[in-house]
Design a protein around this ligand. Structure first.
Ligand SMILES: [Mg+2]
Length: 208
């Protein structure tokens, strides 16, 4: 097997990492709206999907050093009756297609259709809706992840809180999407980055 240190920058950029070279048990969890794609309210049609600048390249770079990429997204539009599961699937197919067109891919996508809790709590009774940890725990089981080696990236405190509660190595708030309004909630995240490319830079610099 080729040693990691011998791989060329070109190979890293291209994300051409074999299964054997994966960082064992490590993933980057990614919120969807405001993190990967523009957040203009509930996304109800694939036609309105728009990748944020630099996202495919950031994902390629993270995958290139061996991180699995797992999307974890609250989709209360389903629970509130604005969108059915077939419509959500069409949007997620469009997301994968848009990434593939730029040479990027995700390894898993978990969504929570629950509306917020009955008393207005951000969580839902199932524990899956962020800041609940359910989707991260499911992904850890499905992909044999060590949550302590994983990172969580999102644009809201509920994203980073989920990462903290799940025991992730670091939970990163982005200033994209709605992130600016949460940047003062300093107990809810470990660091703030301007956007996903900046967060990828930080993770890559942090090393294993
Ligand atoms: Mg978001």
């Amino acid at each position: 097997m080729q040693r990691r240190d011998d791989r060329s920058p070109r190979a890293l950029r291209a994300g051409s990492v074999s299964e054997a070279e994966r960082i064992e048990g490590a993933a980057v969890f990614l919120d969807r709206d405001g993190t990967l794609i523009a957040d203009r309210g509930p996304l109800l049609s694939p036609a309105a999907l728009e990748l944020l600048p630099g996202v495919p390249d950031a994902l390629r770079r993270l995958a290139g050093v061996g991180y699995r990429l797992i999307v974890v997204t609250n989709q209360s539009a389903v629970g509130r009756g604005l969108l059915d599961l077939a419509g959500l699937e069409r949007i997620h197919t469009a997301l994968r297609d848009a990434l593939a067109a730029e040479g990027a891919a995700i390894d898993g996508l978990y969504f929570c259709p629950d509306a917020p809790g009955p008393l207005g709590e951000p969580e839902s009774p199932t524990g899956r809706r962020k800041p609940g940890t359910g989707m991260l725990v499911e992904a850890a089981r499905d992909h044999a992840l060590d949550l302590g080696r994983c990172f969580m990236i999102g644009d809201q405190a509920r994203d980073t809180r989920a990462g903290q509660r799940a025991g992730c190595r670091a939970s990163i708030l982005l200033r994209t999407g709605q992130g600016e309004s949460f940047a003062g909630c300093t107990n809810d995240f470990d660091l703030v980055c301007d956007d996903l490319p900046a967060a990828a830079d930080w993770i890559l610099a942090a090393g294993r």
